[in-house]
Structure formats: C-alpha cells, structure tokens
Design a protein around this ligand. Structure first.
Ligand SMILES: [Ca+2]
Ligand SMILES: [Ca+2]
Length: 568
C-alpha cells in the first residue's frame, strides 16, 4: 500500500473526525461493489419528486438507505460521452469525446477503465447489459453477459411484431426507436433487462473468492418504451399529467442558441399526433419496469452473503426532456437533462441526503478511494468520500456538463446554474427559486456578479472533437438502379456527413438527386480514395462509374454513414 495514500486517508479521517470503514488497511478485505446504471432516467423517481405519478418503490428504498445525491450531474447529456467519462474518470473537455457518434477506443485506445483497474487490484469484474455505449470493451472485464467477445451488451429482448406500434414515423429525421406501448408478455418472455437482472442476481448468489465489481446495466427507460403490460396498468391514459417543468412560453428569454436547441421536431410531431400523454405513459411504465429490475437485484443482494460488505452505486447517465423547453430527448444543458439520480450506499456509511453539486466523473475516483486503492492521475474529478461521510462538508467544486460541441457547457453549483454556448450565448438560473429554469437571469444587471463568478469557474480549455474514423461509420447499402429510376431527395432534418469510399479500381462519379429526381453532378472519387460530404436525412445520392454508367443510389438515414463502392 502506498504510504502517501495512507497518510492522506489518515489525515482526512483526523480532519473530519468521523469513522469510515478502514478499507485502506491492507489486512481488511476489500468491499464488493454493485454498480447499477439506469439508462436515460431523469428525476421522475419518487424520492426526487420529478413527476407526481411515478412509481419507483425500489429506487426509493435504495435512496433511503444510501447517501442520496440530489444535485448530481452528468458530465455530458448523452450516453457515450457520459458513460466514457464515468468509466475513464476523464471529462469530455479533457478527453475530446463529446458525442454519441465518436468511438472511445479511437480517441483513447489505451485508457484503462474502472473494471480493469479493479481487476488489476485483485477484484473480479463482471458485467451485464448496457454499461458503455452499445459496446462491451471485452478487454476491460473478467466476465460479461452476453459474452464479452460479442461486443453486444444486450440479451434477447422482445419487440412488437410490427412497428411502429404507436407513433407513426414523422420522417427520415426521426430516431426509429421513438415509440411506445404495452407488450403482452411476462418479464421472462420480455427478456432484456430481466435477463440482465437475473444474471447479476445469480452472480450475487455464488461464492466469490475475490472481492467483486458487478456492473448491472438496465436499458429502460431508454427508448423504445415497450415493456410488459403490467407496468402500464398503474398509469391509465386519462389520468396522465404533463411534466411539471413544462411552460409553453419558456423560450422567450433564451439566447438564440437556447432557442435553437430547445424546440425539436420530436416534440412537435408527438403533439401533432396527439400522443404526448401516451408518451408520458410509456416513460412512466418503462421507469416502473426498470425500478422492478433494480428491485430484483437489490433483493438478491439482501439475500446473499454479501448484503453487509457491498457498496451499492446507482446512477443514470443523463436526464431527459418530455416537452420542457419544447424539447424531446436529451443533448441540452438544462437541469432537466443534466441532473441525474445518484445513490451511494457503503457498508458502514450512514444514509443521508447530499445537495452538494457533484459530477458522475467522480464515481471512479470515489470507488478507488472506498476500496483503499491508489488514486489514478488522469482522473479529473474529486472523490466523493468526504461527502459520504458528511453530506454538508465543505465542497469547493462545481459540476461541469459538456455539450456536444467543444466550448458549450453548463456549470452547476449549490444553488445556481450557468450555461454557455461556444458562440457566446449565456443563461443563468437560480434553482432555489426556479428549479425548472424558467427565468433566465443572464441579462439581469442585478445578477452581474453571479454571472462573473460562473464565467470564472468555467473550463478554459477544450480538447478538440475528433471525427469518427471512416471505417467505424455505419455502412449504407447501395441500391442498384438506373439514374432514370432513382427517386428524388426529400431532405428533412439536421445535417451530418456521408463518406463515399471508393474501393474499386476506377474513379466513381457522385450525383445528388434534387427533389424532382434530377441528378446534379457533385464530384468524382479516385480509386482507393474517399470523400466526405455534408448531407441530410432523406437525401438521395447516385453513384455512377467513370464513364457515367449506372451503379446505384443511396438514401440517407438519420445519421452519419459511409458508402463503400467495392471492386467492380
Ligand atoms: Ca443514455
Ligand atoms: Ca424562460
């Protein structure tokens, strides 16, 4: 054991005059760790009071027996950057991983993730379900379900036979999973998170000869909101209440960047289809289901030999909008999107409530601290152990949430929240009087001092955002066709890149099809070369060979992709 670490720990104990479990002592057995993630869960849990109708008895009982953080924030309001920051302990503005369409192992090929650090220090690291963004990172785990080598974290899951089930697709811009409805199935037939909770529960029932780190990734309430019917039953459609944070004229006082980021087509489409209440019902049902799966795991822990020597951590990767600021989904800097449930229960720790601003990037250093393991230099956020011991302890930190373009972020402290967009727009909110962030005070002269304070506390340097390697982009099918029979573009939605990769032995010619299906020549791609082009959902591109002979066309989906012209 590193003496410096021991001295630091003893000093901390002396300073705080409290007793914490002496896990840092080499002779003491290490605590087990149960690490539970719930995807896309906002504050709609009973103990956070986000929605009056939510039913979450298991999350509530865990909160009661834990240090329950009421002011915890994600380091990015999207799965991939948030989870990467949790597992690496490195914030997006330091790593350069800001968005879902980047790849962790391209940006940080060698970084060690928390489960690997723990394995290296004598732990068994096992996991199941979604912990990272749609991959497992096999090398970081001792065991995974499904098998780590598959790099697919999802066990079989029941989906409706025909889709969409409830919400008609609004256009090519729409994420295919935005849909909801009950399934006639038992939990077992449904599979998915049930199988994840079941695997974790079984791991809790067996004898371990090493301390364990067990990661349980519950996927609901991530879309689509299909769960067994029994979880819909407590929420009859005619009883559904709108989000308490919704205010129809909330956008007037926002800077132009906020006015642009708030309203999106999802919410407009859902309202147009008259499905706002169905959607809220689907989210409540999915949360209720996720809560039951958490309950299954907590019951398994209670019944196991590890009930008294296991740290339990439960977190969500970011919040979620259901109409607040005319927004649906995530990706914003407002509190509804950055604030997350966070509960940490330690074997000897006292339950409590902590309102200090904390970041999920602190989870890795906190667990190493609790396990008495050496700190890792790259971790950029403080351990939460002082707050686990004394929730009102002095805490000179703010929580930073990076948005997906470098230089846009929010800062959360005990009371205030500050948002800045890279193009200069600013927002300032007093959460004490305004928890829904309805009143932007950034323009108010009475709050000039606060504004200055948060400008000063803002990150100053932002790692550049690296584009995805072409080979990692999803590949779109080229549909064989003649130019005459190729449909026109119906571009609709936000722009992104398409990359034309020419693996054939001759040049290829790329045309854009206009709305009337008239081709417009764009460029040639030489053999062995590729070319990046901005496009939009619903756009149609045509590929011909160097002599103008037809190859086929590509219709753009809702995200970046590559088009590969193979050897002719
Ligand atoms: Ca998520
Ligand atoms: Ca407002």
């Amino acid at each position: 054991m590193n003496n410096k670490i021991l001295n630091k720990a003893s000093l901390l104990l002396a300073l705080l005059c409290i007793s914490v479990p002496s896990f840092s002592h080499a002779q003491q057995p290490k605590p087990n760790i149960l690490f539970i993630a719930v995807d896309d869960l906002n504050d709609w849990i009973g103990c956070m009071g986000g929605h009056p109708q939510t039913i979450t008895p298991n999350l509530d009982r865990l909160a009661k027996s834990s240090m329950f953080f009421t002011n915890a924030h994600c380091s990015a309001p999207a799965c991939n950057p948030s989870r990467t920051a949790i597992f690496t302990g490195i914030s997006p503005h330091r790593s350069g991983l800001y968005a879902n369409n980047q790849k962790m192992r391209e940006i940080m090929p060698e970084v060690e993730l928390l489960p690997k650090t723990l394995s290296r220090q004598g732990y068994y690291s096992g996991g199941s379900g979604k912990m990272l963004h749609y991959f497992i990172d096999a090398r970081s785990w001792d065991e995974y379900f499904p098998k780590a080598e598959s790099e697919n974290p999802f066990p079989r899951t029941l989906y409706p036979e025909t889709r969409p089930l409830s919400l008609p697709r609004g256009g090519p811009w729409q994420y295919i999973e935005t849909d909801w409805g009950p399934l006639q199935a038992t939990d077992q037939e449904y599979g998915g998170d049930y199988l994840v909770a079941d695997w974790i529960s079984k791991k809790l029932a067996v004898k371990h000869d090493k301390p364990f780190f067990l990661a349980c990734g519950i996927y609901r309430p991530h879309e689509p909101w299909f769960v067994p019917e029994k979880y819909f039953k407590p929420f009859p459609l005619d009883s559904i209440q709108h989000p308490t944070g919704y205010k129809a004229d909330d956008l007037d006082d926002l800077p132009v960047e906020g006015q642009r980021r708030g309203p999106n087509r999802y919410f407009a489409h859902i309202q147009k289809e008259g499905q706002w209440e169905q959607a809220i019902q689907g989210y409540l049902a999915s949360i209720h289901f996720a809560d039951a799966m958490v309950g299954k795991v907590l019951d398994a822990l209670d019944a196991s030999p590890y009930a008294d020597n296991t740290i339990v951590v439960l977190w969500s990767d970011h919040g979620w909008h259901l109409g607040e600021k005319q927004h649906w989904q995530k990706f914003t800097g407002w509190r509804v999107c950055t604030r997350v449930p966070l509960m940490i229960r330690t074997p000897a720790g006292k339950p409590g409530v902590c309102a200090r601003p904390v970041s999920l990037t602190s989870l890795s250093p906190t667990l190493l601290d609790l396990a008495g393991l050496p700190a890792i230099k790259q971790h950029d956020s403080p351990s939460l152990v002082p707050l686990l011991n004394r929730p009102a302890a002095k805490w000179p930190h703010v929580a930073i949430t990076d948005l997906e373009e470098p230089g846009s972020f929010s800062v959360s402290d005990d009371r205030w929240r500050y948002i800045r967009y890279k193009t200069g727009g600013e927002e300032l909110y007093d959460n004490q009087s305004d928890p829904h962030e309805w009143h932007n005070l950034a323009e108010s002269t009475a709050h000039a001092m606060q504004l200055e304070k948060y400008r000063a506390l803002s990150p100053k340097n932002f790692a550049p955002k690296l584009a995805l390697n072409v080979s990692s982009l999803p590949r779109l099918k080229v549909i064989p066709s003649s130019l005459a029979k190729t449909p026109g573009s119906q571009p609709d939605g936000n722009p992104f890149d398409v990359v034309f990769v020419n693996q054939s032995s001759a040049a290829i010619r790329i045309y854009w099809m206009d709305e009337k299906a008239k081709p417009k020549f764009y460029f040639e791609v030489e053999p062995g070369q590729y070319k990046r082009q901005q496009t939009r959902p619903g756009a149609v591109w045509f590929v011909a060979d160097k002599d103008g002979a037809d190859i086929g066309y590509i219709q753009m989906d809702d995200r970046s992709a590559r088009v590969v012209i193979a050897k002719q």
